[in-house]
Design a protein around this ligand. Sequence first.
Ligand SMILES: C[S@@+](CC[C@H](N)C(=O)[O-])C[C@H]1O[C@@H](n2cnc3c(N)ncnc32)[C@H](O)[C@@H]1O
Length: 233
Amino acid sequence: MIHIDIITVQPKMFGGFLGESIVSRAVAKGLCSVSVVDLRDFAEGSYRKVDDAIYGGGPGMLMMCAPWFAAVERCVAAVPDPSGGRRVVMTTPQGRRFAQKDAQELSRAGHVVFMCGHYEGFDERIRTLATDEFSIGDFVMTGGEIAAAAMADAAVRLVPGVLGGGAAAVANESFSDPNLLEPPQYTRPADFRGMKVPEVLLGGDHAAVEAWRRGESLKRTAERRPDLAGGDR
Ligand SMILES: C[S@@+](CC[C@H](N)C(=O)[O-])C[C@H]1O[C@@H](n2cnc3c(N)ncnc32)[C@H](O)[C@@H]1O
């Protein structure tokens, strides 16, 4: 069982995601629970202000410490001593690039708190709340909501029992071996507009199929991701 808190100034962004995604299936199966926490509920004053001008000048506004400390501390206090541990994830383009092994680690935690930034990002002191700072790529989005949804999806589908097909469903996909992409796959028909399924996949020789898949996996990884091929990420 994993509990996920998502702290955001845009809680409505999660309506569709939590209604339709693999996360909603995990919730329905009792394997996951999710709370979307409105950061503004932790702001002081009637304007529910969570941002302020940047010391030293510059365009835009920065998220303030006080609401973030209050929100994260409330989430942490609500789930004391989770089995599997707790991860507090700051979404930031300056973080380490999120990878499958990070999804695997998050899936084993009992409590994951996602911090979705906005505006020009976080006051530097807010970083002290996070156990991890993750980026989903070298580009800048307006907020951390899409990053949090991506990471939550990648983690929750790895929680045992969430996907039909059990452990096998996630055992042989891209990055389950961190240095390999999945080989090409096919379904019926065996011949579509002259594009034929490789003969070896039709013959029923399981050892030959496995050998072919391994070879294709290596070839595809070398072609598309030479940064992965032959090394640790
Ligand atoms: C406009 S961005 C702030 C960017 C910041 N001023 C900088 O240059 O590093 C606002 C928020 O979106 C989220 N964000 C943007 N790009 C992201 C990425 N590639 N990965 C994860 N989060 C991202 C973060 O939460 C960030 O605080």
